[in-house]
Write a protein that binds this ligand. Structure first.
Ligand code: HEM
Length: 247
């Protein structure tokens, strides 16, 4: 998540830095789905399922004990549930879950999923976000839940595993984890602002020029499936030259 939010915050620094980062990720080629499933999807599923089991066996006591630690216990569980739902929805929205043609064509794309096209990274991300004011609100909520869950979880993990034991050490670690959480949340907000303020047309032109140059010099293999306008998503250019996606 740290690397992911930092990468996405590049959208605030221009079309080229973000597109270059996405090219680098996709240069992994056929290894990429293995990494996605082995190191991202399956571990998140494992953590999510185990988390739900843990939540079902615990009891919140903030009604009787209003200490900050009791609140954090309840918030850790609530943020975990929000984060799990957000990640499911978010990965469907942009990635589509499974990159196999029938699934993408008949399920994901008609339902508004799989909207991110890696070789038109910034512009397709911006199209997916700018379609409604609800999207950035849902993303800010989701990012807040994920970041809180991560930062508070890191602190409690240190206690469970005996890394910070004394009250002084716990308080120092608490400050460090809070700082990390706030910093990461700001980075996430930066990513959302970067995407929301992207000019889709301008970004599309820069990305298409980069694609042409990279496929010519051989540093990127041509792959129309990773470009916008592929599949059931049709693009319409209106009289002012604005690009609009139609599903
Ligand atoms: C700041 C807002 C965010 C933006 C703009 C964003 C953007 C993206 C994009 C563009 C993809 C698709 C990558 C692809 O298909 O190649 C993606 C996938 C994903 N995102 Fe996010 N993301 C954000 C926040 C988060 C957060 C908070 C999490 C929590 C862990 C998260 C977890 C994931 C996961 C698990 C995937 C699938 C991994 C993959 O495709 O390799 N994202 N995100």
């Amino acid at each position: 998540m740290c690397v992911h939010l930092l990468t996405n915050s590049l959208t605030g620094w221009g079309v080229e830095p973000f597109q270059n980062a996405v090219y680098q990720i996709h240069s992994l080629g056929p290894v990429l789905p293995l990494i996605e499933w082995g190191f991202i999807f399956l571990p998140i599923l494992f953590h999510g399922i185990l988390g739900v089991v843990i939540i079902r066996s615990g009891r919140s006591n903030v009604k009787h004990y209003g200490y900050s630690a009791n609140w954090r216990y309840a918030m850790q569980r609530a943020s975990g549930m929000v984060a799990l739902i957000f990640i499911f929805a978010h990965v469907f929205h942009l990635h589509g879950w499974f990159h196999v043609e029938p699934w993408l064509k008949y399920v994901a794309e008609p339902l508004g999923g799989a909207q991110f096209k890696p070789y038109n990274a910034n512009s397709t991300l911006a199209q997916a976000f700018q379609v409604s004011w609800l999207i950035p609100i849902l993303y800010v909520t989701g990012v807040a839940a994920c970041v809180f869950h991560f930062a508070n979880g890191l602190w409690t993990m240190g206690i469970t595993w005996g890394v910070w034991i004394s009250p002084k050490a716990q308080s120092r670690a608490g400050a460090l984890c809070s700082g990390l959480g706030v910093g990461l949340f700001v980075v996430g907000l930066g990513a959302i602002v970067g995407v929301e303020t992207t000019d889709v047309n301008e970004a599309r032109q820069v990305e298409n020029r980069m694609y042409e140059e990279r496929t010519k010099d051989g540093s990127v293999l041509p792959n129309p499936e990773k470009l916008s306008g592929h599949g059931s998503t049709k693009e319409v250019v209106d009289a002012e030259g604005a690009i609009e996606a139609r599903y």
